[in-house]
Design a protein around this ligand. Sequence first.
Ligand SMILES: [Zn+2]
Length: 375
Amino acid sequence: MQIQHHPLISPAPGTQRELISLHYGKPGGKKAYIQASLHADELPGMLVAHHLRQKLQALEDAGRIDGEIILVPVANPIGLSQYALHMHLGRFESTTGENFNRHYPDQIEAAALAAEAELGPDAEANVKILRRELVKAITAAPVDTELKSLRRLLMLMSCDADIVLDLHCDAQAVMHLYTETPCWPECEALSNYLGSRVTLLAQDSGDNPFDEACSQVWWKWDKRFSERFPGRFPIPQACLAVTVELRGAADVEHGLAEPDAQNIIDFLNYRGLISGPAPAMPAAVGDARPLAGCMPIKAETAGVLTFLRQAGETVAAGDVLAHVICPFSGSVTELKSPVDGLFFARDFVRFATAGMRIAKVAGLQATRTGKLLGA
Ligand SMILES: [Zn+2]
């Protein structure tokens, strides 16, 4: 294993943060990239990374890593150091208010223009050319802040990978995934190995989150080249990028993280990055649904929030999921599911302010439009 240190732009004299990446196997073949805690206060992934590094080291010692596996156990050293009034603030950068998982570099057109003259009828060769030009275009685009330098470093390590796993969590939730619709055929096996209850599918959900920045280059290039040069330059969906939501923020336990890490190893084994027979793929315990059918449940008034249903329960339209109780009047407001679906995530705060989103139900039908991700 090789450890690499990547300095971020220093925001002020005397301060310098760095990313650390762990490299297993060797470059040139298949590549997987795994990062933890891009939202720096979402810690289940950091514990999974701890178990992954031990398992990957043992596999490397046994000569079983085929290709290259990069593990970034701390994807966001900026967010890891942000505290206010003793509270950890790891989702938004305190300087700009920007979500750490948005606004990743889009160099799709620049790379396409640079690659165009070399493309041909061989899809695999096209993938190599486009990856090379994408890395060059991301490297060439100027960055001037610590946050932008973090985003560029993460993209540079991941944008030419076959598999990208971004380990996050929700507040209180069951295991679920986000990926782009064109990735679902490849994501289904990951979903089975991880025991995901639902995979939320969208295409370009808005504001370039990290996983979509990695995966959307391929279907956007395919669309671009097939419109301009019909049938001449085949472009496959060469990157499976997935946001893995490792249950809830407090689910940071060896008893969960060790099997999660093993399930990721089994998936990499299944995909040929680890040699030897892969353990049999478990049967699905969930399915894929449109992110546009994932319905936020809102508190209409303020009050004490108490849930009547657990994350992971199947609910019907009209089922009461929570009560919001006004402590002054004693009035109780019922919060109901708007659809039949899987009640897969709920907040951990227990005082709801008016208009606050307090839970999510994954329905089967796409009903929402516009930007689909929350803040
Ligand atoms: Zn997150």
